[in-house]
Design a protein around this ligand. Structure first.
Ligand code: NAD
Ligand code: UD1
Length: 349
């Protein structure tokens, strides 16, 4: 028997498409809403191919109130996984209004539509970028928040809005309270093991892993390593890379917990999704070369503005409360990235 129906916003994108697979494989019905601003419908066809199951796709913008209301009317949705959003830091600095409109206003419209349809279970894609400066490089959920660019601030604002929404339940004595998980991702990389779906960035990638794999396959000439004078063990930046399949498994665990007695009286809670271990840029390059047998040509370049030296998750809360921890190691992440890259050198085109 099929479980409930989950609405996946941004389901055609990199992380959302992987979430669709996990949901379908766990016998959920899946409804996707995506405006295809940063994705292609081919990703959803491949999700159906991998799972041998079908999903319902609506090409719509989450800021379109009528379209959302119609979807909630037509489908028996019980929970929402909200991935839709713009995510490029540099672009957000050039187009802040676009980012606030798409991410913050889009979430307001979605939350209103959910409220009207009395659907109050929400798993939200937040980011480690919401953390402010801290004395420790291993971030825990209770660390001070304070993003430093419009993209990060849009995530921080959404978190605040969702916390307020949940807090309002006790003020108004809501019968069915909001149950919200804010999942703060560290650095998602990798792809589904089939190599059929993966990250398909537009233009030249900003993030390290897609850049490295495009250099390895010969699409890009050389990687610039942004800074080798950081106070880290080899001078290059350290991050907590997490396999996208592990990441989306965390979403299903969060959904289970939202539906359990732990959240019976509602609430809004943040969880880090990371492995708890950091790798430097040079370690990523070296491991990539070992796993794939390809050379990654690189040069040392100046630091990139806004970068931290080191940042990784304290993933204990997600383990304790969601029963989730990352299972895949860096070799798996790189092997799966490479498998996707080799099978789809031009992405979904
Ligand atoms: P993505 O761009 O691949 O996917 C986002 C999807 O949302 C795309 O398919 C896009 O077309 C869609 N979309 C954007 N605006 C929309 C709108 N207004 N209405 C409907 N659809 C819309 O990005 P991703 O890497 O899969 O990221 C998913 C979520 O996770 C985003 O909210 C992102 O901010 C967050 N996140 C991503 C990372 C990362 O490294 N990839 C890290 C932290 C947080
Ligand atoms: C970046 C964003 C962050 C976002 C995350 C999504 C910035 C400042 N931060 O994080 O808000 O949530 O992506 O995954 O943009 N590097 C190179 N050369 C490159 C690219 C990256 O050396 O061509 C280095 C960076 O300096 C960093 C590491 O690789 O040390 C990882 O970079 P990246 O993949 O862009 O992720 P973050 O900067 O952690």
């Amino acid at each position: 028997m099929s479980k409930q129906t989950v609405l996946v916003t941004g389901g055609a994108g990199y992380i959302g498409s992987h979430a669709c697979i996990e949901l379908l494989e766990a016998e959920y019905q899946v409804v996707v809403v995506d405006n295809l601003s940063n994705s292609k419908p081919e990703s959803l066809r491949r999700v159906e191919r991998i799972t041998d199951k079908s999903l319902q796709f609506y090409e719509a913008d989450i800021r379109d109130k009528q379209a959302l209301a119609a979807i909630f009317n037509r489908e028996s949705i019980t929970a929402v996984m909200h991935f839709a959003g713009l995510k490029a830091v540099g672009e957000s600095c050039a187009q802040p209004l676009n980012y606030y409109h798409n991410n913050v206003y889009g979430t307001l419209v979605l939350a209103e539509a959910m409220s009207e349809a009395n659907v109050k279970q929400l798993v939200f894609s937040s980011s480690a970028t919401v953390y402010g400066e801290s004395a420790s490089v291993q971030y825990a959920e209770d660390f001070p928040l304070g993003a430093i660019n419009p993209y990060g601030r849009s995530k921080f604002m959404i978190e605040e809005i969702l916390r307020d929404l949940s807090a309002a339940d006790s003020v108004i004595g809501a019968q069915s309270p909001w149950k919200i998980a804010l999942l703060r991702y560290f650095n998602p990389i990798g792809a589904h093991e089939s190599g059929l779906i993966g990250e398909d960035p537009n233009g030249i990638p900003n993030n390290l892993m897609p850049y490295v794999s495009q250099v390895a396959i010969g699409k890009l000439e050389q990687l610039s390593v942004f800074g080798d004078d950081y106070p880290t063990h080899d001078g290059t930046g350290v991050r907590d890379y997490i396999h996208v399949v592990d990441l989306v498994k965390g979403h299903l665990k969060a959904l289970d917990v939202l539906q359990s007695e732990k959240f019976e009286s509602g609430g809004c809670k943040a969880y880090n999704l990371g492995t708890g271990r950091g790798y430097s840029v040079l370690e990523i390059i070296k491991t990539f070369e070992t796993v794939t047998g390809r050379k990654v040509d690189y040069k040392i370049a100046p630091r990139r503005a806004g970068d931290l030296a080191e940042c990784f998750a304290n993933p204990e809360l997600a383990y304790k409360e969601l029963g989730w921890k990352a299972e895949k190691n860096l070799d798996d992440m790189i092997a799966d990235t490479w498998n996707w890259q080799c099978q789809n050198p031009q992405g979904y085109v």
